[in-house]
Ligand binder design. Structure first.
Ligand code: BGC
Length: 820
């Protein structure tokens, strides 16, 4: 047999190898050139030809690992270039206010983006683009000089996504969202947001996932894994303890190290360890006297040294200034810029001139060294080199919005929570004529305001969703509501013109005569009422006329229920709110309540999917609905003091947040954590532990059977009750959860949960360690925090230090956390 002789024939072989190598060499030069060429054609960015000098510098060489390229470039940068790089560019719209800000020069890249990094054109390093937010890519939908539109999908808000308890689904939403990040030319999505819902009134709770850190962390990890699939990056925000909005840039959160580690940091810890977020955004507030963006212990000791985070940290927009706007205008100078960089907050978003002065002065006086700066610059370059823009990705500006709308609709229906149902749902086929009440039925709220808002092409209102599903709506009511609502919407639009981040006031209800309601009850088969709330950045919700219903809303529910019930007809309430409202005083007046949250652009269709039974509801609450606002553990201590402009807030409830408090202190909720109804029922049986003595880990299995008559999914929750010791512990805590697949009637699925030593441990401040106490642990598996279906116990034979950590971030002011 003759071998292909270039490899095996003496001299000829050598010659041929040389020829081959030469060919490979030439080929790779072309390859690299081609890479760089595609790199320089990034939409709209003028990047000079890197190869003018005909030589390929190591940082330009696509064949080298990013780390080599980054360190080569770092060694070439002048100090001024480094300073520019740690200051990002900012949002359009602020230029008037922010004279001379390092801003605006990159706005042409993706109009409406929140910011970019600073481009280093001399080296061909493009700016990378950052866009908000948790419910979709927030960019300008229209642009100058083109009739094309750039709408993004309005996905359901974070709260709804978490209430699916379905990490696979959330990852799928993340993938669709990430596709829009990529195809609209963005690199970093400023999401997910996973602050703990400490109190129902936080204005941004709708963006957040849960009052529980395990849910928050797992859902955030799923979202991160989804978005980052295609090389886009996320920014986990707001790290940490940004749990209220009022005076958020000045607020000092006083909290114990234990509550921090167990509640407020734990979700971030899980997300960092279970996904690999490209970036993290520090929050506006201070913790125990220090701005989070200038806190070395938070950003370096805990985040990097203890958890192993390798990405970069950026500030929230203008974060780290007591009076950011005065600082922007050069009216005040606070010298924490260098402290921020030294703490491990690598990127100042967006940079402002006074910060540049700070750095230059501090370099001169030795407060900060070039080495300190290099650490931040290196992390920024790492992010840039890993970005799709740097890769030269040719984005289309044409993500598949149709497919993503289907993802949004599916997710929306999966996260809605059925709170009450006296048998009316799913609607029987003889129900056709619907009387739809409540202004917001005709103007459904898709998402919250502020940076979490998305410029979507449309929102399917509840009335449209019901019509799409084939129902006939009472036209007398529509004729009354539609023009009323249109007028109100026009007012809101006018109001938002001057401030796109403004909060939207509650939409009033039109006056309805008793006789009109009566007529409706006679002529229709059923009534549906929507109760809605909008909330957003920079302020919190209120108790009056917000958590509690307004007089108008109470009257509407009362009158509609009386009239419809007197005709033997039923009433359904749809709650279109991103968080909790009071339900106890009126829930028995109506026949079904569906918590629809802020369900994104396909909201009305998704509600119809649930009402018709096309989708069997399977969402469950990731937060407790209190009977009264005063029942919440932080009710007296929510925004802090002084009331008009709070500067300090005491987290006196310690670890007793949400169900940890309600359960441990015996306070009855309206709907407990983990609660949600289905159109079918499930049987839990056969709980099994693989061991009775805990060693390194433990596996617990349980069988879930659909013993009803329609297919459905069940969210199954695993709680652990730890033995009491010198540390006061909550009655039980969620440690794991899973959602079954769609189970047909009679079908069984076995779920398996894994428990690790950290799940057994509480944080012991005196010993700076996570400690698992010896004794009997009770595993409870249930359909909610209060509907425990099966329980077992296991033993830990000796007390264990699970993890020794640094003793940091302690309170500056001593106070006692509440105990049981
Ligand atoms: C918000 C962030 C957001 C940023 C950029 C800030 O006001 O707190 O969540 O990502 O603006 O828009």
């Amino acid at each position: 047999m003759r071998y292909p002789n270039i490899f095996f024939k003496g001299f000829e072989m050598k010659r041929n190898i040389i020829v081959l190598l030469l060919l490979l060499g030439i080929g790779s030069v072309f390859y690299v050139k081609a890479q760089i060429k595609s790199h320089v054609t990034v939409d709209g960015v003028q990047i000079p030809d890197l190869n003018k000098d005909g030589k390929l510098q190591p940082y330009e060489d696509f064949r080298l690992p990013d780390s080599k390229r980054v360190s080569d470039l770092l060694s070439r940068l002048a100090i001024d270039e480094k300073i520019n790089l740690v200051m990002g560019t900012g949002m359009k719209g602020f230029e008037g206010l922010i004279q001379g800000m390092v801003v605006g020069g990159t706005e042409y890249m993706v109009p409406g983006a929140a910011g970019t990094t600073f481009p280093l054109e001399k080296y061909g390093i493009p700016a990378v683009v950052m866009t908000d937010g948790p419910a979709g890519v927030r960019i300008s939908p229209v642009r100058k000089n083109t009739p094309d539109t750039f709408y993004a999908t309005g996905f359901p808000v974070g709260t709804l996504l978490a209430c699916t308890w379905d990490t696979k689904l959330v990852e799928k939403v993340g993938k669709a969202l990430g596709d829009e990040v990529l195809e609209y030319g963005s690199d970093i999505q400023l999401a997910p947001a996973l602050n703990i819902m400490r109190n129902p009134l936080c204005g941004r709770n709708y963006e957040y996932y849960s009052e529980d850190p395990v849910v928050s962390g797992k859902i955030a990890a799923a979202m991160t894994n989804g978005i980052q699939t295609n090389g886009s990056g996320v920014s986990l925000k707001h790290y940490a303890a940004n749990n209220s909005e009022k005076n958020r840039m000045e607020l000092n959160v006083h909290v114990s190290q234990r509550a921090l580690r167990e509640i407020y940091l734990r979700g971030f810890e899980i997300a960092v360890k279970e996904s690999n977020p490209a970036t993290i955004m520090s929050s506006y507030n201070k913790i125990n006297g220090k701005y989070t963006s200038a806190d070395y212990d938070l950003l370096t000791t805990i985040l990097r040294d203890e958890w192993g985070f390798r990405g970069l940290v950026m500030t929230d927009w203008f974060g780290g200034y007591t009076d950011a706007f005065a600082a922007i205008q050069g009216k005040t100078k606070e010298h924490n810029t260098s402290e921020q960089l030294k703490a491990g907050n690598d990127l100042l978003m967006p940079g402002i001139p006074t910060q540049k002065d700070d750095i230059i002065n501090d370099l001169k006086s030795g407060v900060i060294t070039e080495k300190d700066l290099d650490i931040c610059v290196e992390r920024i370059l790492n992010m840039i080199f890993a970005s799709n823009t740097m890769r030269g990705y040719q984005y289309s500006n044409k993500p598949d919005l149709k497919v993503h709308a289907l993802v949004a609709r599916h997710a929306a229906a999966e996260g809605m929570v059925l709170l009450e149902n006296n048998g009316i749902l799913p609607l029987a086929s003889n129900i056709n004529r619907l009387a739809v009440f409540g202004s917001l039925s005709y103007n459904f709220i898709a998402g919250g305001t502020g940076s979490g808002d998305v410029n979507k092409a449309y929102v399917v209102s509840l009335s449209d969703g019901l019509k799409n599903a084939g129902y006939t709506l009472d036209s007398r009511l529509s004729n009354l509501y539609v023009p009323f609502v249109q007028k109100e919407v026009a007012k809101v639009k006018e109001h938002m013109k001057s401030n796109p981040l403004a909060l939207i006031p509650l939409m009033p209800q039109p006056q309805l005569k008793e006789s009109q309601i009566k007529e409706s009850a006679v002529n229709n088969d059923l009534a549906i009422i929507t109760i809605g709330r909008s909330s957003g950045e920079m302020d919190d919700r209120k108790t009056e006329d917000d958590f509690y219903l307004t007089r108008e809303e109470q009257d509407l529910i009362e009158k509609v229920s009386v009239q419809f019930h007197s005709q033997g007809k039923k009433v359904i309430v749809v709650i279109n709110v991103g968080g909790q409202i009071e339900t106890e005083s009126w829930k028995n007046k109506v026949d079904a309540i569906l918590q629809a949250w802020l369900p994104g652009q396909e909201g009305g269709n998704a509600v119809a999917d649930i009402l018709t039974g096309k989708v069997n509801p399977s969402g469950k609450l990731t937060m407790t609905f209190p009977v009264r606002y005063e029942d919440v553990s932080s009710a007296d201590n929510f925004q802090g003091f002084p009331a008009d402009k709070p500067t300090d807030v005491m987290y006196k409830e310690g670890v007793y947040v949400g169900y940890r408090y309600f359960d441990s202190f015996g306070v009855k909720p309206a709907y407990e954590f983990g609660y949600g109804l289905s159109y079918t029922t499930f049987e839990y049986s056969n709980i099994k532990l693989n061991d009775r003595d805990f060693d390194k880990e433990l596996y617990i299995s349980i069988d879930i059977k659909n013993n009803g008559s329609v297919a459905g999914k069940e969210v199954v929750q695993l709680y652990l009750s730890a033995p009491q010791s010198d540390i006061d512990k909550p009655l039980k805590e969620l440690k794991a959860f899973a959602k079954t697949r769609l189970l047909q009637p009679g079908e069984v699925q076995t779920l398996v949960f894994r428990i690790t030593p950290k799940d057994l441990a509480s944080f012991n401040e005196n010993r700076s360690a996570w400690i698992a106490d010896k004794g009997i642990y009770r595993v409870e598996i249930g359909a909610s925090s209060q509907k425990i279906k099966q329980a077992e116990t296991f033993n830990l034979s000796s007390t264990r230090i699970v993890e020794k950590v640094n003793n940091v971030m302690n309170r500056a002011i001593e106070f006692k956390d509440i105990t049981r």
